[in-house]
Design a binder for this molecule. Structure first.
Ligand code: PNS
Length: 145
C-alpha cells in the first residue's frame, strides 16, 4: 500500500492544499494530512479548529485521514507507515525551501518527497496571504477549502 503524509501548518487549509491532496489520490492509496509546527511561523487559527475543518473537507473521502503531530515530520511519516512525503510547489520562490526540506528528510529517514505543482489559478494563494487578509478584516472564505 502506497501511503503518503501531507505535512504542513495549514494555518489555514486553503483551496490549493485541498487540490494537491485530491490530485495525489491517483498516486497514493492513502494520504494522511499532518498538521505540524513550522518553528518560524506563529499560528493564528487554533490547531483543533484546523483539524476539524480539514476532517470536514474530506469527510466523504475514506482514503484521506487528518492528524496533528509534534516533532519531526519523518517521525510522523514512520508512525503512519508512510513511504512518501507529499508537498506542493506554487512558484520558484518555494523551490529552495522544498528542496532543502526534501533533502534533509531523505537523509534523516530515507523518505522520498513527491512534489505536485499547484494549479496556476491557485498559485498566488498562500496561508500567509490568507492570514494577512483575515487580520485586516477581509472575507477569506473564497480561499478556504
Ligand atoms: O506549510 P509549512 O509551514 O511550509 O509546513 C512546514 C512543516 C510543518 C512541514 C515543517 O516546518 C516541518 O516539517 N516541521 C516539523 C519539524 C521538522 O521535521 N523539521 C525538519 C524539516 S526538514
Amino acid at each position: 500500500m502506497r501511503i503518503a503524509i501531507f505535512p504542513g501548518s495549514f494555518d489555514p487549509f486553503t483551496v490549493g492544499h485541498a487540490d494537491i491532496v485530491n490530485r495525489s489520490l491517483s498516486l497514493f492509496d492513502k494520504v494522511v494530512i499532518g498538521i505540524g509546527k513550522n518553528s518560524l511561523k506563529q499560528s493564528i487559527f487554533p490547531v483543533e479548529n484546523r483539524l476539524q475543518h480539514i476532517r470536514k473537507v474530506f469527510k466523504d473521502e475514506p482514503r484521506v485521514a487528518v492528524e496533528i503531530y509534534t516533532g519531526l515530520t519523518v517521525d510522523f511519516a514512520r508512525e503512519q507507515n508512510a513511504q512518501f512525503i507529499l508537498r506542493g510547489i506554487r512558484c520558484v520562490a518555494d523551490f529552495e525551501y522544498e528542496r532543502n526540506m526534501a533533502e534533509a528528510n531523505k537523509q534523516l529517514a530515507g523518505v522520498e518527497t513527491i512534489i505536485l505543482y499547484t494549479r496556476p489559478e491557485y498559485a498566488h494563494i498562500s496561508s500567509t496571504l490568507v492570514r494577512d487578509l483575515y487580520q485586516h478584516g477581509q472575507d477569506i472564505t473564497p480561499y478556504l477549502a
